[in-house]
Design a protein around this ligand. Structure first.
Ligand code: APR
Ligand code: PHB
Length: 391
């Protein structure tokens, strides 16, 4: 089997890369360890930056997104029982974010891939990479009990944080930058109308809480919890009580409750490897970097990487121009580090850290008041949140 680009992983990064390459007439094969049902059902992030939406629409995979996505022009910061609206659109010259589940993006991209007759192989096993430093790298894998080899000009490592591509790079070649946070998020999806039209990022003595949504009938909520928390320690009634306590306001706001249809714990980590390239292997998305979810950036960063990578591969296949590929890592890392900083900043402002003292708490409240009252400070949050065009 031969192709131009071997893509490992059918998350948003791998699937969108395959699609953007096809639009330029470049062939690829996507290899995914899980089943189609599994990747389509996996509940992940849900906030798309303006630039992400624009790219998906331009690429012809934005029809359902435009119909069903919820466009938000603002968000709420809630602390000391009071809400403060950040008018994202007013502060950013009319830009907005769209709430649309990552798994909906994945479903749309899988449908587009299969409609176009593109190769997308689910449930592959034992993926290994070979000859990355040569002119014709290979990806070996097993499928339905048989061994296969895919020879290609380039390999894209889009296999997420726990994938094999980053690990295939010889030890000592990559620099790793990492920060683990001493907390996690407990997330639920509940069958109930959202209790607010906009997202609510809430700072509370007992820890952070987030009110988000997926549709007019599905609410997504998160609670800061201990990093080693057992999900069994959180029966539904305890989750609702904690959410009510943290999100409570002095006014008449109430949190709508409904059946919980999904529950999970997300660890919080910042992680980057440099560079994003080794020979003919290019890392994109979560395989190369992780951000804590407070800035809602993971999916958007994966999309930004593959936009740069597909352009660079396009130039190479069109006429052998290597300049885009040579610049890939540096170009992406500029955005990666801007987003790392923003995600770390939002996380630090909104969470309680074990062992923090009243001084830390006073600083956080002062920061929250400043962001909510100064146009300059609010603009910093807003322009990063909707996504910077230039970094
Ligand atoms: N072989 C083949 N596929 C693999 C392997 C492997 N060895 N290891 C992992 N995969 C697959 C996973 O099953 C997954 O479907 O690679 C895919 C990686 O997808 P994501 O984890 O969604 O990563 P990415 O496409 O980079 O998207 C980043 O995902 O975690 C969220 O918040 C993050 O929104 C961000 C987005
Ligand atoms: C979500 O809706 O899942 C969501 C929203 C905002 C975040 C993180 C997650 O910052």
């Amino acid at each position: 089997m031969d192709t131009q680009v071997g893509i490992v992983g059918a998350g948003p990064a791998g699937l969108l890369l395959a699609h953007l390459l096809r639009l330029q007439g470049i062939e690829s094969v996507v290899l995914e360890a899980r089943s189609r049902e599994y990747v389509e059902a996996r509940v992940r992030a849900g906030v798309l930056e303006q630039g992400t939406v624009d790219l998906l629409v331009e690429a012809g995979v934005g029809d359902r997104l435009r119909r069903e996505g919820l466009v938000h022009h603002g968000l709420e910061l809630r602390f000391d029982g009071q809400g403060h609206r950040i008018d994202l659109s007013d502060l950013t010259g009319g830009r907005a974010i769209t709430v649309y589940g990552q798994q909906e993006v994945v479903k749309d991209l899988i449908a587009a891939r299969l409609d176009a007759g593109g190769e997308l192989l689910f449930e592959v096993e034992d993926v290994t990479l070979h000859d990355l430093e040569g002119e014709e790298p290979a990806v070996r894998f097993r499928r339905d009990g048989a061994d296969h080899e895919l020879r290609c000009a380039f390999v894209a490592g889009c296999d997420g944080f726990h994938g094999v591509c980053r690990e295939a790079i010889p030890a000592g070649t990559l620099s790793v930058f990492e920060r683990e946070y001493p907390f996690a998020w407990l997330g639920i999806l509940a069958e109930v109308a959202p209790s607010s039209e906009e997202l609510i990022y809430c700072y509370h003595e007992r820890g952070f809480a987030l009110h988000s949504m997926r549709s007019p009938r599905l609410t997504r909520l998160y609670l800061q919890c201990a990093p080693d928390e057992e999900i069994d320690a959180w029966p539904d009634a305890r989750i609702w009580e904690e959410l009510r306590t943290r999100l409570a306001t002095g006014g008449g706001w109430t949190l709508g409750e409904g059946p919980i249809v999904e529950k999970g714990i997300t660890p919080m980590r910042s992680f980057v490897v440099e560079p994003l390239r080794h020979g003919r292997l290019f890392l994109a998305g979560d395989s190369a970097h992780i951000v804590p979810p407070t800035g809602a950036k993971g999916l958007n960063l994966a999309v930004a990487d593959v936009r740069v990578l597909s352009d660079a591969l396009g130039r190479w296949f069109a006429g052998g121009d290597p300049s885009g590929l040579d610049a890939y890592s540096d170009t992406c890392l500029r955005r990666v580090w801007r987003v790392q900083h923003f995600s770390w900043w939002m996380t630090s402002m909104l969470h309680r850290f074990p062992g923090d003292d009243p001084f830390d708490g006073r600083l956080q409240r002062s920061q929250l008041r400043y962001v909510s009252s100064s146009r300059a400070a609010a603009t910093t949050l807003a322009e990063n949140y909707v996504g910077l065009e230039l970094v």
